[in-house]
Ligand binder design. Structure first.
Ligand code: XMP
Ligand code: MG
Length: 186
């Protein structure tokens, strides 16, 4: 056991308190946006990174909703996504035409993953209304024309861990978002 697990953190970017406050604020934005809609609301969490954010967000949004999860992965190195996405676990529902789909993801980085997913949901699942909710947005690295509709924090181009985000599958359990020390991956 590593008893100094958190030494990997260079600096905390989003504290537990800040995250709690922002999740409550975007929950109100989501309620205002979807509250008057006749369509059903589906929160679609992308595993594994969204799991902590999804759990907090779904409790905070006081609207009737269904939840689904997909697991996606992209070819290439873990820190950089390519445009080639593989579905590791797909959707149970086939037709999404009757839903307002809100994708819930940990971070929008290059945009390759979600750009592909939005097109896939329209093409294969007949989705008509898709919006994107992320905990983090790293706009400096964007490669695709895609943006966040409901976002908590815009962050600089640093590799971050915690609150669902991992480095080699560790640190997802940290209750805050922190910058990973460079010596861990350089
Ligand atoms: P793209 O580039 O497709 O990225 O927008 C999507 C996925 O890349 C991962 N990612 C990160 N994971 N710290 C992480 O732990 C980071 O700083 C980071 N940047 C991107 C993440 O899995 C995201 O879903
Ligand atoms: Mg992810």
């Amino acid at each position: 056991m590593d008893h100094n697990y958190e030494k990997a953190v260079e600096r905390i970017l989003c504290s537990e308190e800040q995250i709690k406050k922002r999740v409550a604020e975007i929950a109100r934005e989501i309620e205002n946006y979807y509250g008057a809609s006749d369509k059903k609301l589906l929160l679609l969490g992308i595993l594994k990174g969204s799991v902590v954010f999804m759990a907090d967000l779904m409790k905070a949004v006081r609207l009737p909703m269904e939840v689904e999860f997909m697991r996606l992965s992209s070819y290439g190195k873990s820190a950089v996504s390519s445009g080639e996405i593989v579905i590791k676990a797909g959707l149970e529902k086939k037709d999404l035409a009757d839903y307002n789909v809100l994708i819930v993801e940990d971070i929008l980085d290059t945009g390759n993953t979600l750009f592909w997913l939005v097109d896939y949901l329209k093409r294969e699942h007949n989705a008509k209304d898709i919006k994107i909710c992320t905990l983090l947005d790293k706009p400096d690295r964007r490669e695709k024309p895609i943006s966040v509709d409901f976002g908590c924090f815009t962050i600089p181009d640093e590799f971050v861990i915690g609150y669902g985000l991992d480095f080699n599958e560790l640190y997802r359990d940290l209750p805050y978002v922190g910058i990973l020390k460079r010596e861990y991956y350089e």
